[in-house]
Design a protein around this ligand. Structure first.
Ligand code: NAP
Length: 476
């Protein structure tokens, strides 16, 4: 069977290489799809190699297959694969963050279950200190990831109130649970040192503590900060997988887990930067002082314009920037936006897109939608690239964006989004805001951009409005 172990190790190495190549390609929109497919093959190879592993495959004898768990594995792959495929095919683009949150959660749960099985299998005996300590840490990180992600999922999908829920001593309680968890993980290496405490007690206490910690840790975090938390939980799901890799001595789990963990941390840092938040402050949030204003207290009524009249301004524009947001995803307006881009360019107008890192409901949401509509990647400018040019633009067309263009982030110190960098749409000579009505953005704030002198609202579903503008260009 030794040759099989070599084959398994070789397959694991190839899987790791495929994961790294996949992640590299995911860094750019045009190659992201290929990157996804390469990583998918890497994962398939890792799964097949794991099933061939001598620890899993004691014999090919059919009567022993049930005992060795192959039929259970097949059943799990069929049921899990079918559910995953159904969810992925039916999920709306706007429901993607919830889906990512639940995937993270189940990743954490899977690691936690592997750790429990390893504990039961070995009857609490550990091979060495690394195996034992990592088993405890896997349970903590896996459990936190599971219940934390479920709370994030419930907040994002509106199943529970998205407002922060603060409670007395929240940070102290969370810190205490973490310390107790780490100490118990260390004791698990050799419970006899602390006479009286059985390995079973340690493991099931860790499970309970970690599940509680996931809840106590995510409920004080408000809706506006959820993107950062989703990305952080994603990173935790990778860390849990890497830890369980140490527990069961599985190389591919360690590498894949580290890749997910590291890329999740990088994304979390990028999101924090985009929202001008400190991760530690966000994770150990202090309750908002009573009396702080919830919004900018905007009194003036916004002025509106019809699509027909807006066309006259667009027709004369020589530079225009689209600022897409969540509403563009809801309206599925990206193809109509592509048609309008073509019409504007044929009319001699230079068109660009200003993409805010947290526009929409998931990282890269706008890039994905615009790439789907075949909009030239070079036109998609980052916030930092576009903001210095905003004042030179004849028109900024805000398509279903709200928080990411809200000037309160710059000039209202009491606003919950104060300090978050925004797309400076207000600097353009003319600003059109496409939205259906008076709906607020994700953070539930008023937006003074809508009442600025250079802003005109075009009310209606974004796709309908843009299609009307395209028709006007076609009839000119
Ligand atoms: P937003 O602040 O959520 O605002 C979206 C706007 O779109 C709403 O004001 C809504 O107004 C409008 N809208 C909805 N459906 C529409 C339709 N069919 N046609 C036209 N307009 C429509 O969006 P954003 O500016 O993109 O900001 C994103 C927010 O989500 C940020 O606060 C961010 O922190 C948060 N977030 C981001 C992520 C991420 O990873 N990107 C994840 C979770 C949360 P009406 O109802 O009046 O139409």
């Amino acid at each position: 069977m030794e040759y099989m172990e070599y084959i398994v190790y070789l397959a694991y190495m190839v899987s790791c290489i495929l994961f790294i190549m996949g992640i590299k390609k995911m860094g750019k929109t045009p190659t992201a799809r290929r990157g996804n497919i390469i990583s998918m093959y890497g994962m398939l190879l890792a799964v097949v190699a794991t099933l061939l592993d001598s620890d899993v495959m004691a014999t090919w004898n059919v009567s022993d297959m049930m005992r060795n768990g192959y039929l259970w594995c097949a059943l799990a792959v069929i049921v899990g694969g079918a559910i995953g495929m159904y969810l992925a095919k039916t999920v709306k683009m706007t429901g993607m963050p919830e889906m990512v949150a639940s995937f993270n959660g189940f990743g954490g749960l899977a690691s936690l279950l592997v750790a429990i099985v390893e504990h039961v299998k070995n009857g609490g005996e550990v091979l060495n200190a690394v195996n034992g300590f990592s088993l405890g840490l896997t349970i903590i990180v896996g459990g936190v990831t599971f219940t934390g992600s479920m709370i994030a999922w419930a907040k994002l999908s509106g199943k529970m109130n998205g407002n922060p829920i603060h409670y007395a001593g929240q940070n102290q309680i969370n810190a205490l649970i973490i310390i107790v968890g780490v100490v118990l993980s260390a004791i698990y290496i050799d419970p006899s040192v602390f006479g009286g405490m059985s390995a079973d007690t340690i493991v099931y206490t860790l499970v309970a503590l970690s599940l509680v910690l996931g809840v106590t840790f995510v409920i004080p975090i408000g809706g506006g900060d959820m993107p950062v938390i989703i990305s952080f939980l994603n990173s935790l799901s990778g860390i849990a997988a890497a830890m369980v890799g140490f527990t069961i001595n599985n190389v591919v789990l360690i590498v894949a887990g580290c890749l997910v963990g590291a890329s999740g941390v990088i994304l979390t840092v990028i999101m924090c930067k985009a929202m001008n938040k400190k991760l530690v402050k966000l994770l150990f949030a202090k309750p908002v002082k009573p009396g702080a204003k919830k919004d900018g207290g905007v009194q003036k009524e916004p002025e509106s314009i019809s699509a027909e009249d807006a066309y006259l301004i667009l027709e004369a524009a020589s530079s225009l920037v689209f600022v897409p947001g969540y509403g563009m995803a809801v309206a599925q307006a990206q193809h109509a936006v592509k048609d309008l881009t073509n019409a504007l360019e044929e009319n001699g107008c230079e068109v660009n897109f200003a993409i805010h890192p947290v526009a929409g409901r998931m990282p890269g949401h706008m890039n994905v939608l615009l790439a789907e509509a075949d909009i030239d990647y070079d036109k998609l400018k980052t916030m930092d690239e576009m903001n210095p040019l905003m004042g030179t633009q004849d028109v900024a067309v805000v398509i279903g964006a709200n928080d990411v263009v809200n000037p309160a982030a710059e000039n209202d110190e009491t606003s919950p989004i104060y300090g978050m960098p925004i797309i400076k749409a207000y600097e353009a000579r003319n600003v059109f805001v496409l939205k259906r009505g008076k709906g607020k953005g994700y953070s539930g704030l008023e937006n003074e951009l809508f009442t600025n002198d250079n802003t005109l609202m075009i009310y209606g579903d974004a796709k309908n409005t843009i299609s009307q503008l395209v028709t006007e260009f076609q009839n000119m």
